[in-house]
Design a binder for this molecule. Structure first.
Ligand code: ASP
Length: 261
């Protein structure tokens, strides 16, 4: 995934260096492909509830001990608590002190994007609403919005990173794997990279979790343990991912304003 991202960034930079009329067809191709992919996400979202129901039904029938449900509940609560701290403590502090904006205005302005993120579980599908909120409700300039938000929707995934770190620790505890201090540092690094590389679509975080599990020698097949409750957690972490894009836009806007003054 990281190789693909590096290639794409280089490709984009090179495209900008070539005269515009020569890349016109290419640009239209990518715009068209983007629209088609977003449409595909929409179709998949419509049938997703049936898939999640089937996965949950399988887990309920196959799980040997009811203790696993209590443990899963604690795991889910831990992820939700972490996400809530990011959303209601860390982001408002950054918005207030680095972005120079009232946290209340920020959270209110991001509301429609958060709702859309919650219902689609996709930062990519939410992108148009996120841009609209950031531009019109937060008053961020067109230039900053156009640059920061599409990039943020792709690589800025604080919610996903936090969830992956908690999920690895939970799976390790259930499967009896002990972590050294070095392993824990590795989890921080790998979860940050995996969040960076996760696509902004439903369930991408759990796929990239495999990379983190492998890095600390935990059996990746164990993700089936958390699969059943992944969807609601995905909805919540996508809200944080999208709000993070708004948070960073306020910071960049302030820097741009300061540089221009
Ligand atoms: N659904 C998340 C997003 O679109 C990615 C993930 O954590 O699965 O931001």
């Amino acid at each position: 995934m990281l190789q693909v991202m590096l290639f794409s960034i280089l490709f984009g930079v090179a495209m900008l260096m070539v005269p515009a009329e020569k890349t016109e067809t290419l640009r239209r191709f990518f715009e068209g492909a983007n629209e088609v992919v977003l449409q595909m996400i929409g179709i998949i979202m419509r049938v997703a509830p049936i898939g999640v129901f089937a996965l949950m039904a399988a887990l309920v029938v196959e799980t040997p001990s009811p203790d696993i449900f209590a443990a899963l509940g604690m795991y889910g609560l831990t992820v939700l608590l972490g996400l809530a701290i990011l959303l209601f403590v860390i982001y408002p502090l950054i918005v207030r002190y680095l972005g120079g904006m009232s946290p209340l205005k920020f959270l209110k302005g991001m509301g429609p994007a958060q709702l859309m993120a919650f219902s689609t579980s996709s930062a990519a599908a939410t992108l148009p609403v996120t841009m609209n909120c950031i531009r019109n409700n937060l008053g961020i300039s067109q230039e900053v919005t156009n640059f920061v938000v599409p990039l943020g929707a792709t690589i800025n995934m604080d919610g996903t990173t936090l969830y992956q770190a908690v999920a690895v620790v939970f799976i390790a505890q259930v499967t009896g794997v002990q972590f050294t201090f070095g392993d824990q540092l590795m989890i921080v690094l790998m979860a940050a990279l995996a969040g960076f590389g996760s696509a902004a679509v439903p369930g991408a975080g759990i796929v990239m979790l495999i990379v983190v599990l492998q890095a600390v020698n935990v059996n990746p097949a164990a993700i089936s343990l958390i699969f059943a409750i992944d969807r609601p957690l995905d909805m919540c972490r996508t809200v944080v991912n999208v709000t993070g894009d708004g948070m960073i836009s306020t910071v960049i806007q302030r820097k741009v304003d300061k540089a221009a003054a």
